[in-house]
Design a protein around this ligand. Structure first.
Ligand code: GLU
Length: 427
């Protein structure tokens, strides 16, 4: 389906990974783009992709080199925006896909941003705090030429947090000679961060779950939820589901899977994770094999970990009525088709996890105006924006008889390519 000229020469066509998934998603939306389809190739290659060498001195005196990336997929609608991921499996093509999903996500919620993403190929668990700081600062300096408050604004993603953002903000600021709080979002509150940012992605996941459940007449109270990943996204979402009277029956993380039909005590589980590093060994709960997680009887499934988790191998076993994608890219296009045939509704990542970047946008606006909002105001605005965006996606899906994913892509890619066309080719 993808023509050869759609593939930049630096990608291996046999190992496209998430970028291959993204290209198939673009192919699915193309018939709905009307005259804007003329510009669709714009979406199939990043505007700019930077690979940097990140050398640091380790605590033992040796020098180690890490590979870092910052990809700006599209800047037609505004500065680049998207997180930075530290993970041992990060690759350029993965960061490209994540940056493209940021373009789609930001346009779907109508934030005035393009899409970008960054990453370093490193297992941060193997680094001391000092090494992590040196890695972050050197990486920030290396990508410093393409980021900035009105150019490209990084934020947290997998294995990066408020402290990493503080180091990024400081490094950039020292290099330009002025404190620039608006260069990153997801900062500590004391440095121009926003109230509610840390919980925002999980809160957004919960909000779209409420909206979707209501439309398929699924009563949230008493419903059973299974969550993969208990990090910043899955952990907060699980808490909100539990507070709403749902039973969170299964949780899987990198080390194991726990199950309790009566519902896991999420606060106790989170406390267990913070002392033991994973859900493994949590009681009272049954331990399940990793594959068993997918066939757990539940109403709502929330993949909130890595990409490519729901595949042809397990899509046929899923018992849920609703899949809410907290992670980016958790479902392959083939698995999407299987779920659709089985009548399982998927709320795609590009709308379901947009809460994080939405409050990042609020943080950036607050930094620019140096005027800070209350947490209630932030949460109220977040919920309103997510509900409106979800309603538009739902309506588009009904109008064209397409999945919620394709509907989100229709809205987002139309906005991106409209901007692209209006701006014109220059120089
Ligand atoms: N990393 C988050 C995401 O995937 C947030 C990005 C941001 O706030 O810029 O949406």
């Amino acid at each position: 389906m993808n023509t050869v000229h759609s593939l930049p020469s630096y990608l291996d066509p046999n190992h496209l990974g998430p970028w291959g998934i993204y290209l198939q998603q673009v192919d699915r939306v193309t018939p709905y783009l009307g005259h804007l389809a003329r510009w669709v190739e714009t979406l199939k290659r990043p505007k700019r992709a930077m690979i940097v060498d990140v050398p640091i001195e380790l605590d033992n005196g040796t020098v180690a080199h890490f590979e870092g990336y910052r990809v700006q997929h599209n800047l037609s609608r505004g500065p680049g925006k998207g997180g930075v991921r530290f993970h041992q499996d990060v690759t350029l093509s993965e960061v490209m896909a994540l940056s493209a999903w940021m373009s789609v996500k930001n346009a779907a919620v109508n934030l005035p941003y393009g899409g970008a993403k960054g990453g370093i190929r490193v297992d941060p668990k193997t680094l001391s705090k000092g090494e992590l700081e040196r890695l972050t600062r050197r990486y920030t300096s290396e990508i410093g030429v393409i980021i900035g408050p009105s150019k490209d604004i990084p934020a947290p993603d997998m294995n990066t947090n408020e402290q990493v953002m503080a180091w990024m903000m400081d490094t950039y600021s020292m290099n330009v000679g002025a404190t620039a709080t608006g260069v990153v979002t997801g900062k500590p509150i004391a440095l121009g961060g926003s109230l509610g940012r840390r919980e925002a992605t999980g809160r957004g996941v919960f909000t779209v779950a409420q909206e979707a459940a209501q439309r398929i007449q699924l009563e949230l109270k008493g419903s059973r939820v299974a969550v993969q990943g208990l990090g910043n996204v899955g952990g907060v979402a699980a808490q909100l589901f539990a507070q709403a009277g749902c039973r969170v029956v299964a949780v899987q993380d990198h080390a194991g899977t726990v199950f309790n039909e009566a519902g896991l005590n999420i606060d106790a589980l989170l406390a267990h994770v913070s002392t033991h590093g994973s859900v493994k060994g949590f009681a009272p709960a049954q331990t399940l094999g990793n594959d068993q997680f997918w066939s757990v009887p539940c109403d709502i499934l929330v993949p909130a970990a890595l990409e490519q988790q729901i595949t042809v191998d397990n899509a046929g076993q899923i018992q849920a009525r609703l899949v809410i994608e907290g992670a980016n890219g958790p479902t392959t296009p083939q698995a999407d088709d299987i779920l659709a045939e089985r009548g399982i509704l998927v709320v795609p990542d590009v709308i379901a996890n947009a809460g994080g970047v939405t409050v990042s946008y609020f943080e950036w606006v607050q930094d620019f105006s140096s005027f800070f909002w209350s947490e209630d105001e932030i949460n109220a605005r977040l919920v309103r924006l997510m509900r409106e965006a979800f309603a538009a996606v739902w309506q588009t899906a009904e109008q064209h008889k397409v999945s919620l994913r394709t509907a989100t892509f229709i809205i987002a890619c139309t906005r991106i390519l409209q901007a692209r066309e209006l701006r014109g080719l220059y120089p």
